[in-house]
Design a binder for this molecule. Structure first.
Ligand SMILES: [Zn+2]
Length: 275
């Protein structure tokens, strides 16, 4: 069984056919999807989808949604985490983090605001005894600093793309590293080298659907201009993404499935009880 540790099934892209998308993934061998939330408005949908589909979820405020978030959303998150305390499907606080790629988010005031929301959510994770699902984009060192300062008990550095030293620092803090579509591009040589060389027990798999399409779904801007549609990334792509990782590491798929599922249960410990 495969676990897609990061999949935005609540995204509007899936509104027309969510149940069918989930069924396709199940037919492809994806037994569990972890649905991280990106903003307060979506928390009820993420919870409802996880319940309907037999999946799991995280609650949080994503850095790309920090500009429009309200500071009261942090109190609401505290309340929502408290209300879901006994819910075995609530695995983590996420998706939270820092994004220093999007120019508008790099302005000094917005960096400050991102840091405030990130560290406040880390404190909530600690208080509620939950791990975190982290959005890492040009922000690994500051994310690590926050984890150390607040003392959170691990989680997942999702769509990891940093140095081997940064990877090791996340591992030392109890995090697994999420690998997905970005690794399927042959030109992603540094990322593929990491995927090959990091310890197997540090890796989890993810699609980040509908974002980060794998190479076989990706269409260049030129191709799109000439009328070829961008393929839609869905959790059903996970086994094929996993195949790429298995080939990079020279191991068979069964061993990779077993290892990455075990890793997911270790860093998202509430999964141990039921998945
Ligand atoms: Zn995400």
């Amino acid at each position: 069984m495969w676990i897609d540790t990061h999949c935005h099934l609540d995204a509007p892209e899936f509104a027309p056919d969510r149940a069918a998308v989930r069924e396709q993934a199940r037919a492809a061998g994806v037994g569990l999807c972890v649905l991280p939330a990106v903003q307060r408005r979506d928390w009820p949908l993420v919870q409802a989808l996880a319940l309907q589909q037999g999946d799991a979820y995280a609650l949080g405020i994503h850095p790309l949604y920090v500009p429009q978030a309200d500071v009261q959303d942090l109190q609401a998150l505290d309340d929502a985490l408290g209300a879901a305390r006994g819910d075995p499907r609530l695995l983590a606080v996420g998706e939270i983090g820092l994004d220093f790629f999007v120019p508008a988010l790099c302005e000094p005031a917005m960096r400050e605001r991102q840091w405030h929301f990130y560290t406040a959510q880390l404190r909530l994770a600690r208080q509620h005894g939950l791990p975190v699902i982290l959005h890492v984009r040009r922000s690994a060192d500051l994310l690590l600093k926050g984890l150390r300062q607040v003392g959170v008990s691990g989680g997942i550095a999702h769509a990891f793309n940093g140095s081997a030293q940064q990877a090791q620092a996340f591992i030392d803090l109890g995090c697994a590293l999420g690998f997905g579509g970005a690794m399927t591009f042959e030109r992603a040589t540094a990322l593929r080298e990491l995927a090959r060389s990091l310890p197997l027990d540090a890796l989890v798999l993810e699609t980040d659907a509908p974002d980060i399409p794998p190479q076989w779904l990706y269409r260049t801007a030129d191709a799109r201009a000439s009328g070829q549609p961008q393929g839609r990334n869905t959790p059903a792509e996970l086994p094929r993404i996993a195949q790429v990782l298995a080939e990079l590491r020279g191991i068979d798929r069964a061993r990779l499935a077993e290892a990455t599922s075990r890793n997911a249960r270790r860093v998202l410990p509430k999964l141990e009880r039921w998945a």
